[in-house]
Design a protein around this ligand. Structure first.
Ligand code: HEM
Length: 399
């Protein structure tokens, strides 16, 4: 853990140039940067990316996330003046009520907490199958061999994709998320075309599955348009992809420490706490954007209407006003109200599924390979797409 003084970026940025797209941000230097920002104030102005406000502390991040009337999500994936465009915003995460209410109601129906029993066998099957392959290899990569295949397989099953459609979906998602800037537009177009084709196919030939149900469903007397349906599939595929991969990988990194492993093996009931403490300490999503609809005051700072605001969920999770010794991974912390899944009306719809995936991986991993260990230094992704952080590679060995 670096100190504020030895972080190269701080003198250059001062405290007023925080730029989440800066490729020099690392898993090590981001925490002292956030700490310095929190010390400066609950809401800090950055001049980067054309200018935006950063909400840094837990209480203020939570308050802003709750106040969706003032803090609109219409530019949730864009910070400052960057990339602001007129492209259609059909993804749930970029909508405000009433549109948001309508789409969210339909999208979350199959993945509410009460439905998780329907999926637990499927998730366990996906995980144990991957562990069987890993058993034959001995040496493996937690990110690519274990975490990465899980989310698309699970989401594909929920939507009702057959095996071939799940395979294509995963292939196109991976092509897109691993594309460099020059190829990403092309990869995204291919993925989008596949989603349109999939929706059109179900509109023509409905089956007995959740995607067909979405295609024919009426919410508030209106059916979803083709573009809304494609936006929903896009949300299912992408919002739950890197987030779950990063959550699973970070968890197995923490759980490989002897103290955490023995806490679990002595009492497997600790599993849920290991999952939550991982999400608090190493949240996959670091920030999301908002745009003010009206002049407002937050943390004593006046913000005018039309300003770009970044809710720093990751910084909030490390706020020592809320969490004692926040940078320490502590499974004995007890229930924590972290903000890794956000808060308010945009709080993650996939949180029960993500928890199911993480808990299942932990349980099956500890059952199959209780002596697993990391065999080389993991490779962190740095900040990706200006808002999430995870792992490229995490070499491990089963014994
Ligand atoms: C560890 C895993 C995950 C983490 C940390 C995570 C985190 C988040 C966060 C922070 C938000 C709030 C965005 C905002 O405030 O603007 C969010 C929203 C969302 N998440 Fe997740 N997520 C995870 C897994 C999933 C999964 C598995 C799915 C779907 C299958 C999913 C689907 C969504 C969707 C559709 C939204 C938008 C909700 C809305 O705007 O109402 N997420 N997620």
């Amino acid at each position: 853990m670096g100190t504020v003084e030895n972080i190269d970026l701080l003198p250059e940025w001062g405290l007023s140039e925080f730029n989440p797209w800066d490729g020099r941000i690392t898993h090590e230097n981001i925490w002292p940067i956030y700490r310095a920002m929190r010390e400066q104030g609950p809401v800090v102005r950055s001049a980067a990316l054309g200018g935006f406000w950063c909400v840094t502390r837990y209480q203020e991040v939570r308050a802003a996330a709750l106040d969706h009337k003032t803090f609109s999500s219409r530019n949730a994936l864009e910070i400052g003046k960057q990339n602001w465009s007129d492209r259609p915003k059909t993804r749930l995460i970029e909508t405000d009520p009433p549109e948001h209410t309508r789409i969210r109601k339909a999208m979350q129906a199959p993945i509410l907490q009460k439905r998780m029993n329907d999926f637990s066998d499927g998730v366990r099957e996906s995980v144990t199958e991957l562990l069987r392959t890993i058993a034959k290899k001995g040496e493996f990569d937690i990110v690519t061999d274990l975490a990465e295949p899980i989310p698309q397989d699970v989401v594909g099953r929920i939507l009702g994709f057959d095996e071939e459609t799940r395979r294509r979906n995963r292939e196109l998602v991976l092509k897109f998320v691993h594309a460099d800037l020059a190829n990403s537009e092309h990869a995204h177009a291919d993925f989008w075309a596949f989603l349109i084709e999939t929706v059109q196919e179900r509109l023509r030939h409905p089956k007995d599955d959740f995607l067909s149900q979405l295609c024919s469903e009426e919410v508030d007397g209106k059916r979803f348009t083709e573009s809304e349906l494609v936006g929903m599939l896009h949300g299912f595929a992408l919002a739950g992809h890197h987030t779950a991969i990063d959550g699973i990988s970070s968890m197995l990194r923490y759980a490989s420490a002897d103290s955490v492993k023995s806490a679990y093996l002595d009492d497997p009931g600790m599993g849920a706490q290991i999952v939550e403490e991982t999400l608090r300490c190493d949240p996959p999503i670091h920030l999301e954007g908002r745009t003010t609809n009206a002049d407002t005051v937050i943390g004593g700072v006046e913000i005018s209407a039309g300003e770009s605001v970044a809710l720093l969920y990751a910084s909030a999770n490390h706020d020592d006003r809320q969490f004692e010794d926040p940078e320490r991974f502590d499974v004995g912390r007890g229930p924590v109200q972290h903000l890794a899944f956000g808060y308010g009306i945009h709080m993650c719809i996939g949180l029960h599924l993500a928890r199911l995936e993480m808990n299942t991986v932990l349980k099956e991993m500890m059952r199959s390979f209780p002596h697993y260990r990391l065999s080389a230094e993991p490779e962190n992704s740095g900040m990706v797409f200006g808002h999430h952080m995870g792992w490229e590679s995490m070499p491990a060995s089963i014994a």
